[in-house]
Design a protein around this ligand. Structure first.
Ligand SMILES: [Zn+2]
Length: 411
């Protein structure tokens, strides 16, 4: 299990950097197998294909990262869940998926940069998995989870964004950053092309990522400085005002390696010791703050009762009250599906108000599967015996009699 996870991360880092996928996705392979078995023509097969598209076109857009969702895919109904994730180039997204089941259950995982292009950039038919995604550009990502047909699968997913680079000062914290990008310098003659991180003189300054040292020098402005390049065509990282430099030109360094010690050399000679930290791309300096700022990557606990997963909830929508199933419960809301495969995202489960007193106005002999004239009978119904009205749509009532539920037409 462990080795498979590691393999997947390596695969993902490779694919997200070169972005060409020649392999058919696990999802597409399964879809092809449904087609060759003729299952795509069955009601359930059609529903499975449709729900995958519906989910992607109506994803959960209400994600506050770090986010956590518990999902129960019920075997009786094809289901999929999808999330829209705003990806910022300064970050990396970590997606942790855990599958709980008696046997080794799996789920199709597909991450899309563009949902109009059916090829996902990361995909697989996976059990427990960690996915790390990063890119040079901002992206609107879509992530879909969907099990195979007729499988009960219980999944926990966590989605977190972390700064792309490590914090450049050992044991540093965000509140040590006291001067920011763009602040005027020398009476407005120039703008601050970086951030200043304060700490005690001699605090280790560390490499924010693997790379190699391109320059170790002393200048009037930066004092003792170290330049590091991240990859062949990557950005240059600038560490300035060091008290001492502990690396050499051309040296390879790993993330976290000590490059020097904090000081106040150069034009910082009259200020307290701090690291001036900058990032230079081929198009110039960029604001480094979000690239190194430490973010909370552990989602809050889900406060709702997750035992409600899979249960029915009657949802009020304007002029109707329809049965839905609770498919997912997150740190900030619920994902519900109705019987037609329509998904709804809500903050709270609120019981609808039902003011119907129509018991004597129903004389149907059957409970039907949907609120429509072409509905199919699913159980016997006796209007003379007691029953409960759970919901309604137009003149159709969703009722419960003994252990049966279904729709009847009111007179
Ligand atoms: Zn500075």
């Amino acid at each position: 299990m462990k080795s498979f996870t590691l393999f997947l991360i390596a695969f993902i880092l490779f694919t997200s950097s070169c972005k060409s996928i020649f392999k058919t996705s696990a999802y597409q392979t399964y879809l092809n197998s449904l087609k060759s078995a003729g299952l795509d023509q069955t009601a359930m097969g059609k529903e499975w294909i449709e729900i995958g598209k519906t989910a992607l076109n109506n994803p959960n857009t209400n994600l506050v990262l770090p986010f956590k969702d518990e999902i129960f895919f019920r075997a009786e109904q094809p289901l999929a869940v999808a999330y829209q994730i705003s990806y910022k180039q300064s970050s990396k997204i970590k997606i942790t998926i855990k599958v709980k089941a008696n046997n080794a259950s799996k789920v199709f995982v597909d991450l899309f940069e563009d949902i109009t292009n059916p090829k996902s950039v990361i995909n697989g038919y996976l059990s427990d998995t960690v996915i790390v995604y990063q890119n040079k550009e901002n992206q609107i990502l879509h992530l879909r989870l969907q099990p195979q047909l007729l499988e009960n699968v219980y999944v926990t997913i966590e989605i977190a964004a972390q700064a792309k680079l490590a914090f450049p000062v050992q044991n540093g914290k965000n509140s040590d950053i006291k001067s920011f990008w763009g602040v005027e310098r020398e009476g407005g003659a120039r703008k601050h092309e970086g951030i200043d991180i304060f700490n005690k003189k001699g605090t280790p300054v560390v490499a924010v990522e693997d790379g190699f040292i391109t320059r170790v020098q002393e200048t009037n402005l930066g004092g003792k400085v170290v330049w590091q390049r991240l990859g062949i065509a990557g950005p240059s990282i600038y560490y300035a005002h060091l008290d001492s430099q502990l690396v050499d030109d051309g040296q390879s360094v790993k993330k976290g390696d000590v490059l020097g010690l904090m000081g106040n050399t150069g034009n910082a000679i009259t200020t307290s010791p701090h690291l001036h930290f900058g990032i230079y791309t081929s198009s110039g300096a960029i604001n480094p703050l979000d690239y190194v700022k430490i973010t909370d990557s552990i989602p809050k606990n889900i406060l709702a009762n997750v035992n409600m997963l899979g249960q029915q909830h009657m949802l009020q929508q304007e002029d109707r009250v329809l049965p839905h199933h609770i498919t997912a419960i997150s740190t900030n809301g619920y994902t519900l599906y109705d019987h037609g495969g329509q998904v709804k995202y809500i903050d709270n489960l609120i019981k609808p108000l039902l003011k119907y007193k129509i018991k004597k106005d129903v004389n149907d002999a059957f409970l039907m599967d949907k609120p429509a004239f072409n509905a199919v009978p699913i159980a016997k119904f006796n209007s003379k015996l007691g029953f409960e009205v759970l919901g309604y749509q137009e003149s159709f009532l969703f009722i419960k009699q003994s252990n049966n539920q279904g729709w009847v037409k009111a007179k």
